[in-house]
Write a protein that binds this ligand. Structure first.
Ligand SMILES: *Cc1c(COP(=O)(O)O)cnc(C)c1O
Length: 367
C-alpha cells in the first residue's frame, strides 16, 4: 500500500536481513557461522547469577539507571588494561554499537551537514543507517589483493560531493579480517579536526591492537567496541564508545534516555567482572582459526585473519566468481552450515571445533 506521507528514499530502501535475504527454509540443525558470534553460551553459573540478580536486585517496575554510571566506570577500567587512563566520562554506552553508529551519524552529518566515508567491502550497517537518515555515503574501494585503503584515493574522495564529516574504519575489518595498516593509521591521524574518525574495534579481543590511546588524545577520534562478540552477549545488545569527554557528552545527548535495560546493564557488568574466565579460551579459538585457514587454503583463496572469522574467494576468474560464490553459499546452507556471502567473498565465523570440522567437510563437497 502506498504511504504517501513517507520519505521516498526510505520507501526505496531494502530492510536489513541478518541472514542474507534468503527466504528458503533452513535445515533443522544448523551451524550459525554467519554473524561472527562467539560459539559458546555464557557458563551456566553466570546465567544463574544473573537470574539471582534479576530476582534480588532489579525492580522491574523502575526505570533503568539512565546514567549507566557503574557500567561506564567498569568499562573504563577494562579499557585501561591497554595502558590508558580513561574514566567514565570517556565512555558512552549504546544499545549495541549499532546505536552508537547511528548517534555518531546524527551528531556529524544529519540535516545536510555532510557525508560519511566507508572503505568497501566493510560492515554494511554504516551505509544502512546513513541511508535511513538521508545521509550521503562516499565509498572508497579497498585494494583487491590486500584490502588496504589507498590513502591517496581516500584523500581525494574527501571533497567530491558533500564534505565528508565522518570516516568509519573497522579494525580489524569485517568481512575481510585485516587490521589497519601503519599507512592507514597515519592517514587517519592527519585528517583535519572537522572530520570525525570512527575506529570500530568490534573484534578487539581477538587481535589486541587498539587505538584507544589516540582517541583519548584527540577531539576527533572515537573507538567503538561491543559485548556482542568475544564477551558472548549478542542477545543483550551492549556496545560502547571511547572518546574525548566533550564528544562523549554529545553522544549522551543524542541517545534515548533509557537505551539500556537494567538486566542488560547487569549482565555487561557481570561479564566484565568475569572477563578472565570468559576471555581465557580465545587463544584456542584462534588456534582453530589458523588450522581451518590452512585446511581451507587448497579450496579457496583465504586471507590472513586478525579476528574470529575467515574471508575467502574462489580462485576462478573474476567474471564467474559471483555465481560460484552463491553456489558455494547455497550448498553449504543446504548441508546445514550458514555462512555469509558478502563483499564479493565468503565470510566464515570460527565456531566450535566440531562446527569447524563440519565446515571443512562441507566446503570440500561444495567447492
Ligand atoms: C558485530 C559488529 C558490531 C557489533 O554490533 P552490535 O550492535 O554491538 O551487536 C559492530 N561493528 C562491527 C564491524 C561488527 O562486525
Amino acid at each position: 500500500m502506498p504511504l504517501p506521507y513517507l520519505r521516498p528514499e526510505l520507501v526505496a530502501l531494502a530492510a536489513y536481513s541478518s541472514h542474507g535475504g534468503d527466504d528458503q527454509p533452513l535445515p533443522a540443525a544448523i551451524d550459525h557461522l554467519d554473524t561472527n558470534e562467539y560459539p559458546e553460551d555464557l557458563p551456566s553459573a553466570l546465567k544463574e547469577k544473573l537470574g539471582w540478580i534479576y530476582q534480588q536486585e532489579i525492580a522491574a517496575n523502575r526505570y533503568p539507571d539512565g546514567s549507566h554510571a557503574q557500567l561506564r566506570a567498569a568499562i573504563a577500567t577494562y579499557v585501561n588494561e591497554s595502558g590508558t587512563q580513561a574514566t567514565a566520562a570517556n565512555i558512552s554506552v549504546g544499545n549495541g554499537s549499532d546505536e552508537l553508529i547511528r548517534s555518531l551519524l546524527i551528531a556529524t552529518c544529519l540535516g545536510g551537514h555532510g557525508a560519511a566515508m566507508v572503505a568497501t567491502p566493510t560492515f554494511s550497517m554504516y551505509r544502512i543507517l546513513a541511508e535511513t537518515l538521508g545521509i550521503p555515503v562516499v565509498s572508497v574501494p579497498r585494494d583487491p589483493d590486500t584490502f588496504a585503503l589507498d590513502p591517496g584515493v581516500a584523500q581525494s574522495a574527501l571533497h567530491q560531493s558533500q564534505p565528508v564529516r565522518v570516516v568509519f574504519m573497522v579494525h580489524p575489518n569485517s568481512p575481510t579480517a585485516n587490521p589497519l595498516t601503519p599507512a592507514e593509521l597515519d592517514w587517519l591521524q592527519q585528517l583535519p579536526e572537522n572530520i570525525l574518525v570512527v575506529v570500530d574495534e568490534a573484534y578487539f579481543e581477538f587481535c589486541h591492537h587498539t587505538t584507544v590511546a589516540i582517541a583519548l588524545e584527540r577531539p576527533n577520534w572515537v573507538v567503538l567496541r561491543t559485548f556482542s562478540k568475544a564477551f558472548r552477549l549478542a542477545a543483550h545488545r551492549v556496545g560502547y564508545g571511547v572518546a574525548h569527554a566533550d564528544l562523549i557528552a554529545v553522544l549522551e545527548k543524542v541517545r534515548l534516555p533509557y537505551n539500556l535495560p537494567s538486566l542488560t546493564q547487569a549482565v555487561a557488568h557481570l561479564a566484565l567482572s568475569h572477563r578472565q574466565e570468559l576471555l581465557a579460551p580465545i587463544p584456542q579459538l584462534l588456534a582453530e582459526r589458523d588450522r581451518l585457514q590452512r585446511e581451507i587454503a587448497p579450496l579457496l583463496r583465504v586471507w590472513p585473519s586478525a579476528a574470529n572469522f575467515i574471508y575467502g574467494r574462489p580462485r576462478s576468474n573474476l567474471d564467474i566468481q559471483d555465481q560460484e560464490l552463491h553456489q558455494i553459499f547455497q550448498r553449504l546452507r543446504e548441508q546445514g552450515t550458514l555462512i555469509r556471502h558478502t563483499g564479493g567473498g565468503l565470510r566464515i565465523t570460527i565456531g566450535t571445533p566440531k562446527e569447524n570440522q563440519r565446515t571443512l567437510e562441507r566446503l570440500k563437497q561444495a567447492v
